[in-house]
Design a binder for this molecule. Structure first.
Ligand code: GLV
Ligand code: MN
Ligand code: MN
Ligand code: MN
Length: 411
């Protein structure tokens, strides 16, 4: 493999974009950032994107689902599209999402410096609510675009404060009645390329000298909501024998998930959110909602993993006199990115190819258009947490790599 020569793009532009975004959506209570679909921080970061794109002479449009598209020249068929998302998980890091958007804008600058005039339509895209941090459905904007989700069901989603997605979208200037599949737009995309911070350490394991890698595949992943119901009661006056405390089986989901990870080699299962209702220190809850994130192989393997956890939880619920209802909120099958595209990018850049356990809009689009991902090295692998990090020098290599790939694709 020929070693690639990295020419550093304008570091000051990267620093300035990064410092702009650093001020948007800071979460002082949890640490890191909280930017969720159509909330104030999200609208602020979207406005920032529009301004940056316009400054570069790109024409920005909002599609029927609220995704932003910044076109360099006329929109059209066979378009090369790059981008990512600006929203975050609650208390997330700075890089997951924004790095792909900032790198796309800087790649435009870099292509201009190189005198590349796109011979095909070209756009930078920003997708709505990739993390599902507000309405619970990850990759919301790309799923709506591709028809992977029923728009009626989406309009009915509510955030934890009871605001409907329809109202949130309308407030952002997106007509909720118009949300849904966008086949003509989708058919116009020739290639989608998403740059993203790596969210693990597979890149370093594959090649300790590489600052970037090409993505090969995404494992199947989904979210399930367990509602455990018992009898609300007084914490001080209810004897142990009289309790039907839903927190007992709800809490049992956590070790059940860990046991399942040990039983199913390579599986991961996480409880990141538990909400007791009504939620008082001196109150035995009447119900508890528990969200399970499970990822393993393909959808059948992931379903088997969740079935094993559910069976354990049902036994616990029965013993406590409680009931359990399990609802699937989302499930995405294993995605293999376009192999020919992946190999050509990896050879072009002289970098390894690695898989990931994280979901991405590129994974949703991959079912419809040739898609690929570039990952930028993350020294600790920590992600979805304030400590998420990538060195600036590596981010600049990422911009160069993206510009190199785009220059080829735009020929
Ligand atoms: C999104 O980043 C996910 O993988 O959950
Ligand atoms: Mn993420
Ligand atoms: Mn992301
Ligand atoms: Mn993601």
């Amino acid at each position: 493999m020929v070693k690639h020569e990295w020419v550093s793009p304008d570091a000051s532009r990267f620093a300035s974009a990064w410092s702009d975004l650093a001020g948007i959506g800071r979460d002082h209570r949890r640490g890191g950032y909280s930017r969720h679909g159509f909330d104030d921080a999200d609208l602020h970061s979207r406005a920032w994107f529009v301004e940056q794109a316009q400054r570069r002479g790109l024409d920005v449009e909002t599609d029927r689902n609220g995704n932003l598209w910044a076109w360099w020249g006329e929109p059209g068929v066979g378009a090369v599209v790059t981008g990512s998302h600006l929203d975050s998980v609650p208390g997330g890091g700075a890089f997951d999402g924004p790095l792909g958007v900032v790198s796309a804008l800087l790649a435009v600058d870099e292509l201009k410096v190189r005198g590349v005039a796109p011979a095909r339509p070209f756009a930078v895209a920003c997708f709505v609510e990739e993390e599902g941090g507000r309405f619970g459905l990850p990759c919301l904007g790309s799923r709506l675009l591709t028809g992977a989700v029923d728009p009626d069901a989406v309009r009915r989603l509510h955030d934890p404060d009871g605001v409907s997605l329809a109202d949130a979208a309308a407030r952002a200037g997106v007509d909720p009645a118009g949300m849904g599949p966008d086949p003509a737009r989708l058919a116009g995309i020739g290639t989608f390329l998403e740059l993203h911070v790596e969210q693990g350490r597979l890149l370093r394991a594959a090649d300790p000298t590489a600052a970037v890698a090409v993505g090969s595949e995404i494992v199947a992943h989904g979210r399930w909501r367990f509602t455990v119901t018992g009898q609300g009661n007084h914490a001080g006056t209810t004897a142990a024998a009289d309790r039907r405390d839903p927190m007992i089986p709800a809490a049992a989901i956590v070790p059940a998930a860990r046991r399942a990870m040990q039983r199913f080699q390579g599986a991961v299962a996480t409880v990141g959110r538990i909400v007791p209702v009504p939620g008082g220190t001196n109150v035995i809850a009447f119900s508890v909602q528990v969200w399970l994130d499970a990822r393993y192989g393909d959808t059948a393997s992931t379903a088997a993993l969740v079935d094993a956890i559910t069976a354990d939880v049902r036994l616990e619920a029965e013993a406590e006199g409680c009931t359990v209802v399990v609802q699937r909120e989302s499930l995405s099958d294993r995605v293999v990115f376009d192999p020919a595209l992946g190999v050509s990018l990896s050879e072009r850049l002289g970098v390894p190819i690695v898989p990931t356990g994280a979901g991405h809009d590129a994974g949703v689009l991959a079912a419809h258009v040739p898609s690929a991902m570039l990952f930028v090295r993350n020294p600790t692998g920590i992600s979805h947490a304030p400590e998420e990090h990538a060195e600036t020098a590596d981010c600049l290599v990422g911009v160069t790599a993206l510009a190199d790939c785009l220059a080829d694709l735009l020929l």
